[in-house]
Design a binder for this molecule. Structure first.
Ligand code: AMP
Ligand code: GLY
Length: 442
């Protein structure tokens, strides 16, 4: 058994770890944009190349003849790497380009859901014409000045701007919307939702959908959810696979949205969505709304979810590809996880620490260390890249126990790094619970 793993980052390391635990003992042929010491330790081969250069990836794929490919990041999925691999006879755990529009185009997804009567979206409109008066009147009259402007293509998580946060006035919103239309031809403008966000990821094969434990991400750089947005500073999941601040009905609603969307994609794209459907939701006053869909594992969400998987990850991957995905193939242990990302001190604002030495403590059985943007010298010394360095995951019977494990290990990391010590703490959990209670009782 051979698996072509196209990814880097801590998410890629977590995927490689899950593959390597399989009873099939697959050879992992890794293709990454940079060396990742974690993936390298588990792979038979690690090829470093530009993963957006499909010819290079296809060359490696042809030579290795894998049983299937797993594609981690959004860009190659959105650009159709799964289609290109299929043309040379290799199936992927990742949707084809048509279905991947669920992530690559926020306008496509909002319009698809509206067309299929899936009531998951806030009030929204898609604009293609650069007419400032039209944009201004939608933002001020229809949305009463509380709005979000979304670039309608992949932009490395940097395309969304929210009023009162990145955009101060209505005119700022119009200016950014005009910029989006000039750059990518379309912009989505939508109502700003107030609530608490969470992620529900599902394994999907057409209309077969099996959910993973729900996770909450923390996108802001600094303690107390302050500072700029990042790729995600850390995440937690609970032992009962739901989250302390949402109700059973909230989780069921999010799960139903994933199912309905998978079906809608199959109908619209005339092919099954195969891979990971990642719903980014927000629990609001009257239930749950969709913020966005991604067509891949979350980073760090994968770092919480995959260590809990009790069943065989390769079996799940093969079942997604062959359309034989069933509930009994997917079982997670009833444990809680807290993941804290170690990042360079200056992340995300500057890259001053690139090349500096970082070292990690020994990792016990109730924790995981997944390497992200870090390189390893020939003598085993680890050096920082500019982005997120490594995710440390604590696993325990409760969120508090998992948090303690992660926190204790994070404190022992040496080098010019930082992390958010508040993630997974009781204070932050209580704050989430109270925020939603207040929203729902007002
Ligand atoms: P996205 O890339 O769509 O996940 O958006 C990035 C972040 O923008 C989300 O995690 C939310 O915090 C915020 N956001 C996106 N859409 C909305 C919305 N309609 N209302 C409030 N916040 C939003
Ligand atoms: N955790 C955010 C993302 O993977 O997009």
């Amino acid at each position: 058994m051979k698996v072509l793993l196209i990814t880097s980052s801590a998410r890629g390391h977590a995927i490689a770890d899950a593959l390597s635990r399989s009873r099939h003992k697959p050879e992992i042929i890794a293709v990454s944009p940079s060396h990742n010491p974690g993936i390298l330790s588990l792979a038979t081969e690690q090829h470093v190349c530009d993963i957006m250069n499909f010819d290079s990836v296809l060359d490696i794929a042809k030579k290795s003849s894998p049983d299937f490919a797993f594609i981690g990041p959004d860009d190659p999925i959105g650009m159709g790497l799964a289609d290109a691999l299929q043309e040379i006879g290799i199936s992927s755990v990742a949707p084809k380009k048509s279905c991947a529009r669920v992530e690559a185009s926020k306008g496509f997804t909002r319009e698809l859901l509206a067309k299929k009567g899936i009531d998951a979206s806030p009030k929204f409109s898609v604009f293609t014409r650069a007419e400032p008066e039209l944009l201004l009147s939608y933002i001020s009259d229809e949305l009463c000045g509380d709005y979000v402007v979304k670039y309608d293509a992949l932009k490395g998580g940097k395309g969304v701007k929210v009023s009162g946060d990145h955009l101060e006035t209505v005119e700022d919103g119009v200016a950014y919307a005009m910029e989006c239309i000039a750059e990518c031809g379309r912009v989505v403008i939508e109502e700003k939702l107030i609530g608490v966000e969470f992620s529900l990821l599902s394994f999907v094969s057409g209309t077969q959908v099996v959910d993973m434990p729900a996770v909450q991400d923390h996108k802001r750089a600094y303690t107390g959810d302050t500072g700029p947005n990042t790729g995600g500073m850390g995440t937690y999941s609970d032992s009962n696979h739901t989250l302390p601040f949402i109700t059973e009905a909230d989780l069921e609603q999010a799960s139903l949205f994933n199912r309905l969307t998978a079906k809608a994609l199959e109908e619209e794209c005339e092919e099954p969505f195969v891979g990971i459907l990642y719903g980014g939701f927000i629990a609001v006053k009257n239930g749950v709304r969709l913020i966005e869909y991604n067509a891949r594992f979350g980073d760090p969400e994968a770092l919480n979810i995959l260590p809990l998987l009790k069943t065989d990850f390769v079996d799940i991957c093969q079942a997604m590809i062959t359309g034989q995905l069933t509930d009994d193939l997917v079982e997670f242990t009833n444990q809680a996880t807290v993941c804290k990302y170690i990042t360079p001190e200056g992340y995300p604002e500057n890259k001053d620490q690139v090349g500096k030495i970082v070292s990690f403590p020994e990792i016990p059985n109730n924790a995981r260390l997944y390497y992200g943007d870090v390189t390893e010298d020939n003598d085993g010394i680890l050096r920082l890249g500019g982005s997120r360095t490594a995710g440390i995951v604590g696993i325990g019977d409760t969120i508090s126990e998992a948090e303690n494990i992660a926190e204790t290990l994070c404190k022992q990391v040496q080098g010019p790094v930082r992390y958010r010590s508040d993630i997974g703490t009781k204070a932050v959990l209580d704050c989430r619970i109270n925020t939603l209670l207040q929203i729902r009782s007002s």
